[in-house]
Design a protein around this ligand. Sequence first.
Ligand code: PMP
Ligand code: GLN
Length: 416
Amino acid sequence: PADRIKDEKDSVWSEFIELALKYKPLNLGQGFPDFAAPDHVTKALSEATLSPNILLNQYSRGFGHPRLVNALSKLYSNLCNRQINANKEFLVTIGAYEALFCAFQAWVNPGDEVIIIEPYFDCYEPMVKQAGGVPVFVPLVLKEESKNKSSISSSDWVLNEEELAKKFNSKTKMIVINTPHNPLGKIMSFKELEFIANLCKKHNVIALMDEVYEWIVYDNNKHVRMSTLPGMWENTITVGSAGKTFSVTGWKLGWAYGSEKLIRPLQLIHQNTVYTCPTPIQEAVAIGFETEIEKFNTSSSYWKELSSSLQEKRDKMSKFLNEVGMKPTIPEGGYFMLADFTELENKLNIPKTDDNETKDYRFVKWMSKNKKLQGIPPSAFYSQSHKNLGENFIRFCFMKKDETLNEAEKIIKEIK
Ligand code: PMP
Ligand code: GLN
């Protein structure tokens, strides 16, 4: 095999999906809903394939199906308060994954540095390396004064500004920011983004914004788009996902948007790798957006309903985790929750099977096999030398039916 993948191992997804197939646990691991996607979107897909317009089953425009890029342009032009060109400033991709991949391939030269904030969605690191880039890590850390609080919020996890500023230098090409965040649920505040934006502008660095959870926001939190900060349109590539936007993770459709200068190179990578995404899926997602644009900010908006029903699920999960002494970090957005299992684990006698294994991998595997409940070990979201920062936590997904969460509660309360 080629040198660029010689150090590649199974990702946490490959490993833990195998485990789920083997032990058949109640699965709160990988993030996806176990309930139906919105009707108007799933119906649109079946109608697209059966449409009298038979061409909807054939190839569409390579950089994005016209109906979809027009809908994306309408929505994001409004949200970003600028006219975004449907053809030149968008690229439709196979999931957010492909948008991220194209961004790294299109902008990172061998030796360029890319700043990644830990914990991070695990594919960022191998993708940067595959482009020849050098990942530079900066962790979010739980504020000292928050450690003994009775309820920890994802906003208690912060960047050390001085440490971050020191990572920017003449080799820095890009910084990757995920807000709302997987796995912490942190939503970057305007002030936090502004600090990063000023560094990007000063050092001419691209902000690659992973905003796939943009519609999943709790309480009075507000998702701020980096591309709307003063002077940042010119420096920002933003990535989104239909899987998260319409709860259809299996459709694997995503997009990137930004200035023509930033997006054109991504289009050039896409045209000779994927070329074009499935037409019926793009048509259905376009119809989904058209409907949601009509209902925007009304009480029947799918995104409003989704956030408020997920907020109840979040509260339900944090309550039962607290009751068993698995201290959760309450997310401001997204659909994952980290819980500190130290107190619970101290009462258990979990055998060590592999000296190289981090504590969270051991705990998560033990729970899958013996208690039939699956989470994800967050040390997978840290670089090799910082794995210890994630070791005391387990990540649960709460994008699940209430019955599933009740079942999880029962299992957790029986762990002794
Ligand atoms: N970024 C983050 C933060 C994610 O959690 C995910 C998970 N799906 C992705 C990107 C990839 O999204 P997609 O399924 O659309 O490729
Ligand atoms: N984003 C989802 C998660 O974090 C799915 C990950 C994946 O499919 N690779 O669980």
